[in-house]
Design a binder for this molecule. Structure first.
Ligand code: ADP
Ligand code: MG
Length: 237
């Protein structure tokens, strides 16, 4: 335990919550499949970043997480890699429809970056990723969603539009990511986020990432996460 604390300190990681898993040292410690490992290598990722060292074991164990780390710290892979594992663990993938993983991000640009990252890891499994944000015509978007997907990367406003139009259902969604939660609040998306969360079954796994943790975001996190583990990297938060 002393060693674990020393190791966390060396990564500038602080944690709180019940029974926090040990931080890992290499991607090999994650128990990833060879496909995921080769995709990680193809990305040129040699070792996990600080947030990844602690967030990966937390999320892979099925726990909810509040991840606080500044921009550029590698948060995307910390939620995309366990999402692939989560989806591959679902029995009878084909039976239901609608996304299993739902990721919300504040802007079209950020959502697009996550979309590209998710596709890199999803591809070799035949996991389909759909982007739901402005830029594509709504009609085209509806058509794409109706053709089916396992992952949706969305801005909150457009996702609400698509849900209202019944272009997708959330009945099979069990992995929800709120990325850059502070910026989504700054942009006034709190009502949309609450509406989306309200449409996803309560036995989901919920991940909230943010660069800062204003009181309003903290309040939402307390309401929508179950027994979360909080992981903070560096001086932020
Ligand atoms: P954040 O979401 O925290 O702002 P990103 O997930 O966008 O950060 O990652 C920032 C950059 O770091 C990206 O270019 C990403 O490809 C790269 N990156 C992520 N994880 C690793 C890693 N383990 N090793 C090297 N580079 C990484
Ligand atoms: Mg990010």
């Amino acid at each position: 335990e002393q060693d674990v604390n020393e190791y966390r300190k060396s990564l500038a990681i602080r944690v709180s919550g019940f029974v926090v898993p040990k931080p890992l040292k290499t991607f090999d410690d994650c128990g990833f499949s060879t496909q995921i490992m080769s995709a990680i290598r193809k990305q040129g990722y040699e070792k996990p970043t600080s947030i990844q060292c602690q967030a990966l074991p937390v999320v892979l164990s099925g726990r909810d997480i509040i991840g606080i780390a500044k921009t550029g710290s590698g948060k995307t892979a910390a939620f995309v890699l366990p999402m692939i594992v989560h989806i591959m663990d679902q029995p009878e993938l084909q039976k239901d429809e609608g996304p299993i993983g739902v990721i919300c991000a504040p802007t079209r640009e950020l959502a697009h970056q996550i979309f590209l990252e998710a596709k890199k890891f999803a591809k070799s499994y035949g996991i389909r990723v759909s982007a739901v944000y402005g830029g594509m015509s709504k009609l085209e978007q509806i058509k794409e969603l109706k053709s089916g997907c396992e992952i949706v990367v969305a801005t909150p406003g457009r996702l609400i539009d698509m849900l209202k139009l019944k272009a997708l259902t959330m009945t099979r969604a069990t992995y929800l990511v709120l990325d850059e939660a502070d910026r989504m609040f700054d942009l006034g998306f709190e009502p949309q986020i609450r509406s989306i969360v309200g449409q996803i079954r309560p036995d989901r796994q919920t991940l909230l990432f943010s660069a800062t943790m204003p009181r309003k975001v903290e309040k939402l996190a307390r309401e929508i996460l179950t027994d979360p583990i909080r992981v903070t990297v560096g001086e932020v938060g």
